[in-house]
Every structure is written in structure tokens, then in C-alpha cells.
Ligand binder design. Structure first.
Ligand code: SAH
Length: 222
């Protein structure tokens, strides 16, 4: 191997500096403080989850279009929602709305195992391909309506939904373990991000955080 000058890291990954800036300004620079989340977002190559024509915008402070008229969420929203899940390597998480797979990758780094459900087959297949190429081996994929979750495993330590139902889906609370957190946008046009926490006795409390704009959750059951 020959000599080279310059920064080895940025030579291997031309997006590294953009990614570090994204975390510093948009995520840590707002209110996300969980170091494990910040560190993960410094590593996960977000540009791999968008089509080539959006690659240079992959680290911008905004959502971007993906196939099937869906969107990859704004980086800040990914960081903020992930932190609310209280991630840990000993927990399992359910994600509804695989989309590009970017949020899935962030979860896969922070949780023991990720179960992810996507409505559109094309998106699920593409996300699976990207995540496998990047080496993630702790993700289970499912195609279908995320509100009709396969019964195994029966429950999860954390649940994240990245498409908005009009009303809070009470049925999902049955799949949340005691001590678990469910993070979900709720509403039709004006949506709010809500966090449901289930205590050790199984009592649920729901808090509204802030206004968001997600694509609508599709439903086969309505
Ligand atoms: N976390 C994704 C967000 C994608 S947008 C990302 O950052 O890339 C929301 C996704 O939810 C879309 O891919 C959409 O197809 C999917 N979706 C909508 N309704 C769904 C449902 N009922 N079950 C599973 N996925 C659904």
C-alpha cells in the first residue's frame, strides 16, 4: 500500500465531516443528549439510504423523498424519537414503517434486536438489501400492516412508529412490556409526537411532545 496525505477517515468516507456536523448542529445542538444515540448517528451512513440524486442532501436538516411517495425522516426527529425509546443492548424493539431503513440501522446499533414492519414490499426489499450490505445481522423484516404485528414475539421493550395514524392505536399498547416506551406521531394534518410509557405494574401514561409532520399510516384494518 502506498503513502497518502490527508485525513484517512474522510478519504475513506467523504461524508464523514457532513455527518459529524449534522450531529453537532442539528441533533446535539438541539436537545438530544443520549451519547449512545449521538455516537450511533455519527457512524450510520445516512447517504446510503437515499437515492443517488439526493446523496448530497442526505445530511441536511430535513426529510427527503424515497420511493412510493414516502420520506426518510429528518435526522433530528430520528435522534429525538430514538432517545425517547431508552435504547439498550439488552432490549428488543419493534419499528413500524421501515421506509428507507435508516432509522432501522440506528436502532440495530443500539438494541439487541429490531423487528421492523413495512407496508410496501418494494421499500422493504430495498431497505433489507441496504441493511444487509452494511452488515446488520440483528434485524427481522416483515411486510404488511404494522398494526397487525405477527404474534411472535408477544411483546417488546420499545415500539417506534414512523407513520401517523389519525388516532392513538390502543391495540399497540398490548405489545409493550412493562417498563417500555412507545413513540408515535398521531393526527391527520396537525400531528403531535406522543410517548406512551408503561410502568412495571402495567399502568400507561401518555405525553404529547411537539408538532411533527409524518406520512399517514396506511391501514388494511379500516
Ligand atoms: N423511518 C422511515 C420513515 C419512512 S416514512 C425512514 O426514515 O426512512 C413511513 C413509512 O411507513 C413508509 O415507508 C410507509 O410505507 C410505512 N407505512 C405506512 N403505513 C404503514 C403500516 N400500516 N404498516 C407498516 N408500514 C407502514
Amino acid at each position: 500500500m502506498g503513502w497518502f496525505s490527508g485525513n484517512k477517515d474522510t478519504e475513506q468516507d467523504p461524508y464523514l465531516q457532513k455527518r459529524l456536523d449534522m450531529v453537532r448542529i442539528q441533533i446535539a445542538g438541539r436537545d438530544v443528549t443520549d451519547e449512545s444515540v449521538l455516537d450511533t448517528m455519527r457512524r450510520v451512513p445516512r447517504h446510503e439510504f437515499v437515492s443517488p440524486r439526493y446523496r448530497n442532501s442526505a445530511y441536511d436538516d430535513s426529510p427527503l423523498p424515497i420511493e412510493n411517495d414516502q420520506t426518510i425522516s429528518q435526522p433530528y426527529i430520528v435522534g429525538s424519537m430514538t432517545e425517547r425509546l431508552k435504547p439498550s443492548k439488552s432490549k428488543i424493539v419493534l419499528e413500524i414503517g421501515t421506509g428507507s431503513g435508516y432509522q432501522t440501522a440506528v436502532l440495530a446499533e443500539l438494541f439487541e434486536k429490531v423487528y421492523t414492519v413495512e407496508y410496501f414490499k418494494d421499500l422493504a426489499i430495498q431497505a433489507k438489501r441496504t441493511l444487509e450490505r452494511l452488515g446488520y445481522a440483528n434485524i427481522v423484516f416483515h411486510i404488511g400492516d404494522g398494526l397487525i404485528v405477527p404474534s411472535d414475539p408477544p411483546d417488546f421493550d420499545a415500539i417506534i412508529v414512523t407513520a401517523a395514524p389519525e388516532l392513538f392505536p390502543d391495540s399497540l399498547l398490548r405489545r409493550l412490556r412493562p417498563g417500555g416506551q412507545l413513540v408515535i406521531p398521531v393526527g391527520s394534518y396537525a400531528q403531535t409526537l406522543q410517548v406512551a410509557s408503561k410502568d412495571e405494574e402495567g399502568q400507561v401514561s401518555i405525553r404529547s411532545l411537539y408538532g411533527v409532520r409524518f406520512v399517514s399510516l396506511r391501514s388494511d384494518s379500516q
